[in-house]
Structure formats: structure tokens, C-alpha cells
Design a binder for this molecule. Structure first.
Ligand code: ZN
Length: 82
């Protein structure tokens, strides 16, 4: 089976600089992250500060890496906002 997730960006943990969290986009359009905040949200919004940083165009401050897919995704978000 192929991996339905496309990596968009990598963030460094502020509490532990050795830790990195990956924000990815699923085939169905869902955003995901592999940080504990995102994983342990039960029944809540699909959300964490990393996804928020990406949505806020604040990734430059905290992201380690933005992939080509991530850059394309961000351009699409900007286009949606007009
Ligand atoms: Zn996260």
C-alpha cells in the first residue's frame, strides 16, 4: 500500500531541539502532524501549533524545512484567501 501522506514541512520542537515534527497532507485533504498535541487530541479539532504556523504563514520562524509539496500547498491557501 502506498503512503497516503505527503510531507509538507518539518518543525523543530521548542522544548526539545533534537525532536522534529512533520506536518503532512493526506490524500483526502486532511492535515496531520506527528507531534503529541495532535496525536492525543481526542474527538477535538484536528489541530496543533505546527499546523497553525503553516496556516498563518508563520512557518519561517519555526520550520526546519518546507518541502516543494508544502510550498505548493501554501500557495494554494493564499490563492483561496484571494
Ligand atoms: Zn504538531
Amino acid at each position: 500500500m502506498s503512503n497516503p501522506w505527503t510531507r509538507l514541512a518539518t518543525f523543530r520542537s521548542k522544548s526539545n531541539p533534537l525532536k522534529k515534527y512533520i506536518v503532512a497532507l493526506k490524500e483526502d485533504g486532511t492535515l496531520g502532524c506527528d507531534c503529541p498535541a495532535w496525536k492525543f487530541q481526542k474527538g477535538g479539532k484536528n489541530h496543533c501549533k505546527h499546523l497553525q504556523a503553516l496556516l498563518d504563514d508563520d512557518f519561517k520562524a519555526s520550520a526546519v524545512e518546507l518541502t516543494d509539496a508544502g510550498a505548493n500547498w501554501m500557495l494554494k491557501q493564499v490563492a483561496k484567501l484571494g
